[in-house]
Design a protein. Structure first.
Length: 231
């Protein structure tokens, strides 16, 4: 007998999920939500009434859930058993269902929030990604230190830096200041936003450890890819 989760995964509107929502929910059902600028008051009222009915139903039949109204109306849950009832009553408004591709996948998502699932490794090569988010020019200086560490310590074919490291470098900033010195737009700070995230993509777990040992206070997130064919 086909399980509920297998039935859901066979639907054309199902897509695999790559993360845990709000640290506990592995399934997300998206319902059509009219835009606030559509000037269709009736459609907005109907959607508001439908959303209220969905929340009332969930409060009676679901032990744990979360909803959010945005570009769509999102329902977050941990178990798929409630989804057939949602489809029976409001299926015509469902846009997409996101969920794990298997029970093993769900266990991986719940047991390690730093694991993400993708069809392929990043850039078809890198299993790990270390990210560092910094605020303001003085904090951006750490990116140069991280880049120099990679150049001096890691093998060139085992890592990749995102573009943040290039545009925050002193050489790039000096070049942009020179180019825009006489421009009325020079006040726009040479293309560098206040908030910047530098990401290092890595092949080897040992290199992840090395970067962490050196820059742990500055690291925001570390992710590891498990590809779908590895599940």
């Amino acid at each position: 007998m086909t399980s509920i989760s297998e039935q859901i995964r066979s639907r054309p509107d199902f897509n695999y999920n790559t993360k845990v929502y709000y640290k506990k929910y592995t399934w997300r059902v998206s319902f059509y939500q009219p835009g606030w600028r559509d000037n269709n008051r009736m459609a907005l009222q109907d959607a508001w009434y439908r959303n209220r009915k969905i929340e009332e139903y969930l409060s009676l039949h679901c032990a744990s859930y979360k909803t959010r109204a945005d570009t769509s109306f999102f329902v977050y849950i941990s178990e798929p058993s409630i989804i057939p009832q949602l489809l029976d009553q409001w299926g015509e408004d469902v846009i997409e269902i996101l969920g794990p591709v298997s029970e093993k996948h769900q266990d991986i998502l719940l047991n390690d929030l730093q694991v993400v699932t993708r069809k392929r490794l990043w850039y078809n090569k890198y299993r790990y990604k270390i990210s560092c988010t910094r605020y303001g020019q003085s904090e951006h200086e750490i990116f140069e230190e991280m880049q120099n560490f990679c150049l001096d310590t890691l093998e060139s074919d085992t890592y990749k830096l995102n573009d943040t490291f290039r545009i925050t470098s002193p050489r790039y900033q000096a070049k942009m200041k020179s180019l825009f010195a006489n421009s009325p737009f020079n006040r726009f700070s040479f293309g560098m936003p206040y908030t910047a995230t530098g990401s290092i993509y890595l092949v080897n777990h040992d290199d992840v450890i090395s970067v962490h040992l050196t820059f742990k206070p500055y690291i925001t997130t570390t992710h590891k890819v498990i590809t779908l064919d590895e599940l």
